[in-house]
Design a protein around this ligand. Structure first.
Ligand code: PAN
Ligand code: ZN
Length: 187
């Protein structure tokens, strides 16, 4: 591995904003086709609301090599598709035996996690809460509030993202909010 010089970046912890990110990944509603239970409601959202912003990831990248740590700020907008709360696509890491830390900076929601063996768990997120996602657990963020859900994530830089068949299979639990009340549903 090449050596590199240390560097620093600034993060506004209140606002959850990383200064001068080099990568900005944008996911809109149209990138989420297949992920929500009500596909027709998603199509209506895309058509009627100009394909709204769903979530963004901000990074200052490091080499994707063993030994490095990748980190980012993830901002998931509030909203729902036929009452199913906005969520990220979710993924296993390509190198499945890699963990991740999510530190919630703003908002309220949860991380849904599942294993290949069919175990599924959800842990709540709120400002100051850190979630440790062990190796072999797929993960997805879900925003259950009316504010953006902002997390700072750290994971091995060579982990990679495996989105596999998440659009079709999803997670064994879906999260809905009706009249302000959050509830889980097992499809
Ligand atoms: C996070 C996620 C980010 C976006 O940085 O990549 O929240 O979610 P999707 O990758 O599922 O679209 C992470 O878990 N990185 O490994
Ligand atoms: Zn991850």
């Amino acid at each position: 591995m090449k050596t590199m010089d240390p560097f620093a970046i600034d993060i506004d912890l209140e606002a959850g904003i990383m200064a001068d990110p080099k990568n900005h990944i944008i996911r809109r509603a149209s990138d989420m086709r297949g992920y929500y239970a009500d596909q027709q409601a998603l199509e209506s959202l895309i058509a009627d609301h100009h394909d709204p912003l769903h979530y963004e990831v901000f990074e200052v990248p490091v080499p994707h090599q063993p030994g490095h740590l990748m980190y980012c700020i993830s901002v998931l907008q509030p909203g729902s598709v036929a009452h199913e709360c906005y969520m990220t696509k979710g993924h296993f890491h390509t190198i499945a035996a890699t963990a991740e830390i999510y530190l919630c900076l703003r908002g309220q929601g949860c991380v849904l996690m599942k294993t290949e063996q069919g175990k599924c768990l959800t842990l709540k997120m709120s400002r100051g809460r850190m979630i440790y996602i062990p190796p072999f657990w797929a993960h997805r963020s879900v925003n259950t509030s009316d504010q953006p859900l902002v997390s700072f994530c750290v994971y091995p830089a060579d982990a990679g993202h495996n989105y596999g068949d998440f659009a079709q299979q999803g997670f064994p639990i879906r999260i809905f909010r009706t009249h302000g009340k959050v509830h889980l549903r097992q499809p």
